[in-house]
Ligand binder design. Sequence first.
Ligand code: NDP
Length: 331
Amino acid sequence: AQEIRLASRPKGFPTPENFELAEVEVPTPGDGQLLVRNAVMSVDPYMRGRMNDAKSYVPPFELGEPLDGGAVGEVVASNAEGFAVGDTVLHGLGWREYALLDAAHATKVDPTAAPLGAYLGVLGMPGMTAYAGLVEVAAFKEGDVVFVSGAAGAVGQVAGQIARLKGASRVVGSAGTDTKVEYLVEELGFDAAFNYRNGPVRDQLAKAAPDGIDVYFDNVGGDHLEAALDAFNLYGRAALCGAISVYNDTEPQPGPRNLFLAVGKRLTLRGYLVADHAHLREQFVREVGGWVASGELKYDETITEGGVAKAPEAFLGMLRGENLGKALVTF
Ligand code: NDP
């Protein structure tokens, strides 16, 4: 069976040489374990951070060892109570064809209720990140003007649409291509959107949100965050979700040069991790699951076929912005 290992740590933007495809024996489950044949796996921005040898909220990947991350697959052998061959499970051992899991690390999902990839996207970790960030961290309220960066990605698409569905007075998004920008407005119901490559974010945001913003959902950091600080109305709130514009930097960026605006505008800038918001799970499934089922909330997936050997390519493509919605690899 095949797996992808970390061959070397990237300096700056990662390359295919940082990954290595390896052949391994298919393992046999021990007591309380399952063997799962993966069907679909996720490639996510946080994995870039784990390629560095740096202390963070998740441990780094180890050189010469397989990477890991969200995946869904079918149980092909079970030595654990409550799991049978043929069950579909969500778990954390992607980047390999076969995952050997302790039963406690697997969650059964219903393959007839949603396409498998949805459990890694809109109904999974990224969807929950959008929900928790907007509803709880940024304390969204009806009538807010909301700005979402990285708006065409897995988290951003959902965050912007939740804001619309919960009664934002205006939803503005930014993304890295004109096609994505058009898509946000035409298909996902954003009121305005702009391509951050087409001019200074500050100027484009001022035009797109002429009355200022109340909430900023930050996936990007850098100049996007500075622009949001400028655009904020009094008592504005930012959910600091990610900062993908700096993940490949070799030197730290200067902080927002206009941070002092947070004082006079009485802003709340709050970082968070989705894992701390599990108490919202039921509410999330009810609301977002309902909107997905009714078609009021749309979501996209960019699927790379060809199994684990293609995972590095899919991951690098996601970092370059080739994905619309959730970036996935199918086996
Ligand atoms: P996406 O699906 O949004 O994919 C990443 C996107 O980032 C690309 O499609 C690309 O789109 C954009 N991008 C790449 N480089 C840059 C750049 N220099 N400036 C601006 N945009 C860039 O990924 P996710 O939805 O999975 O993640 C979005 C953010 O949420 C990330 O920052 C991630 O780390 C964070 N996150 C945080 C969590 C938490 O618990 N706090 C949990 C999950 C995700 P484009 O074409 O627009 O450039």
